[in-house]
Design a protein around this ligand. Sequence first.
Ligand SMILES: Cc1cc2nc3c(=O)[nH]c(=O)nc-3n(C[C@H](O)[C@H](O)[C@H](O)COP(=O)(O)OP(=O)(O)OC[C@H]3O[C@@H](n4cnc5c(N)ncnc54)[C@H](O)[C@@H]3O)c2cc1C
Ligand code: SF4
Ligand code: SF4
Ligand code: SF4
Length: 272
Amino acid sequence: MIQIKDKADCCGCTACASICPKDAITMEPDTLGFKYPKVDLSKCIDCGLCEKVCAFNDNYDKSRNLKEPEIYAARHKDIHEIETSRSGAAFIAISDYILENGGIVYGVGYKDHFRVAHKRATTKEERNEFKGSKYVQSDLDGIFRQVKEDLKQGNTVLFSGTPCQTAGLNSYIGKKLRENLVLVDIVCHGVPSPYIWRDYLAYIEKKYKNEVVKVDFRDKSRIGWSGHIESFIFNNGRKVESRIYTDLFYQHIMLRPSCGNCHYTLNSATLL
Ligand SMILES: Cc1cc2nc3c(=O)[nH]c(=O)nc-3n(C[C@H](O)[C@H](O)[C@H](O)COP(=O)(O)OP(=O)(O)OC[C@H]3O[C@@H](n4cnc5c(N)ncnc54)[C@H](O)[C@@H]3O)c2cc1C
Ligand code: SF4
Ligand code: SF4
Ligand code: SF4
């Protein structure tokens, strides 16, 4: 069964917990809110599936890779889509195509009070919440099984996430259901701690004595592409900009330990 001895060896993709036939694995948060698999030994039948499915190593499935990568630069034709996306809005163009053809889109939005999590969308309105980078590791609880169920029902599914999340899903889904699954991974610098984000939001609300109703991890509205600031809108309509969280992100001091051991990039720290 899966046993994490070094935190850098687990990206938290949930593939092992999703595949376990006995539901013996739960994803438990550590003190920073990063989740790791925990096995209930009384339920485990030692089938070995959890170890087999883990793609966070150099032997992950590369069977669909092209010999040479094909690289295109693209930006959306609609400037409004670019303004409300983090980069050139390629995600919106690809996911529009999937939705317009009756497919389902999975991406990263919010649950509860700006808790960053993967969600399912069948309409453009639901999908629009996924626009924009959320610089926090997303919660994937239950998502991989939901994707598999959608594929079994004959749906086309687009899943977007970090490279380690798409690799984990690819491994979990397996070859039989893979044809109707479109994977879109982001250029990934690393994912920050969910609890630091939660506590930072609480600090901002305490400092400004108001509840945050909108968050933008990289607000392009005033400074465009030239800089990187986060912004918050409060329920009294006031808007505040800050660089505290952004600076912590670029100092690499709140990233998941596995991001320093990433198998999906040559050196993630150079991808600024
Ligand atoms: C944690 C993180 C690190 C990044 N590091 C880099 C970097 O080093 N260099 C760089 O050029 N760009 C980086 N980006 C930006 C990312 O590559 C762009 O968002 C991407 O290029 C898509 O741009 P877009 O305009 O098409 O869509 P956007 O509107 O920018 O992004 C929407 C897409 O991002 C996904 N997404 C949002 N938040 C998360 C999250 N927390 N985890 C997984 N997926 C998420 C959504 O599901 C959706 O598919 C990072 C983004 C994130 C979330
Ligand atoms: S070995 Fe099998 S039963 Fe045990 S935790 Fe892993 S997947 Fe579950
Ligand atoms: S990387 Fe994914 S599959 Fe591997 S142990 Fe961690 S959560 Fe499980
Ligand atoms: S840097 Fe690598 S391990 Fe970290 S979130 Fe991105 S893809 Fe996953």
